[in-house]
Design a binder for this molecule. Structure first.
Ligand code: DGI
Ligand code: FE
Ligand code: FE
Ligand code: FE
Length: 192
């Protein structure tokens, strides 16, 4: 089983101090949300710790490594390689940090775009990434921080809506999965 302290130690050196602090924030926030919603808090913490483990690479390195490990790279990802830190992160979590739980790997893989019908753990990491205490200057942060502990699906939806709103000036850079995810959660809340 991957050792959390060893992982933390590695990440502290790999990520800058700011990103490492963000990472710890996501790990602890994920663990809290897991307690609230009945998910395994250690899985959530591990997913949170590793969600940005590929975030330190620049665009050309992200692209190069993704191709080297034969990860599927869409046209949007080729144009916006920063998106790849999620997929590459899932790959590295499995092959360099020895995480084998597929649910944790998917939570890392989809933490940037989200996706339709996310699992509980996926939603937890996705939301924790947005609300962790070190995050500032995101729209509606206070409201979403509270909402996250009241209605997790609604929090996912609000984050997606704000993200899409932020990206609408550059529609070409919106990933298909981001779009599908947003449509899915929009429909979910229009029905209710
Ligand atoms: O890695 P973090 O900064 O902690 O957070 P993240 O992985 O959720 O990345 C957030 C950024 O990703 C945010 O600036 C919005 C952007 N993003 C989300 N969906 C898409 C996207 N960027 C592009 N180009 N396309 C998307 O579909
Ligand atoms: Fe990220
Ligand atoms: Fe995010
Ligand atoms: Fe993050």
């Amino acid at each position: 089983k991957p050792d959390r302290l060893t992982i933390k130690e590695k990440l502290r050196h790999k990520l800058g101090i700011g990103r490492f602090e963000h990472t710890l924030g996501v790990a602890y926030t994920s663990s809290c949300l897991a307690m609230r919603y009945g998910c395994n808090p250690e899985d959530a913490e591990l997913g949170g710790l590793l969600h940005d483990c590929a975030k330190q690479y620049d665009n050309s390195t992200l692209l190069k490594k993704s191709l080297k490990y034969e990860l599927p790279v869409s046209e949007t990802e080729r144009q916006n390689p920063s998106l790849l830190h999620a997929k590459l992160g899932a790959y590295l979590a499995q092959h360099k940090y020895d995480v084998q739980n597929p649910e944790i790997l998917d939570a890392i893989r989809y933490h940037t775009t989200g996706r339709p019908a996310m699992t509980l753990l996926e939603k937890i990491i996705y939301v924790a990434d947005y609300i962790e205490p070190r995050r500032f200057k995101a729209p509606n942060l206070e409201k979403i921080r509270r909402l996250a502990f009241v209605d997790l699906d609604r929090a996912v939806y609000e984050i997606m809506a704000d993200t899409l709103d932020y990206l609408k000036e550059m529609p070409d850079c919106i990933d298909e999965t981001t779009r599908e995810a947003c449509t899915y959660y929009q429909t979910l809340f229009e029905k209710n």
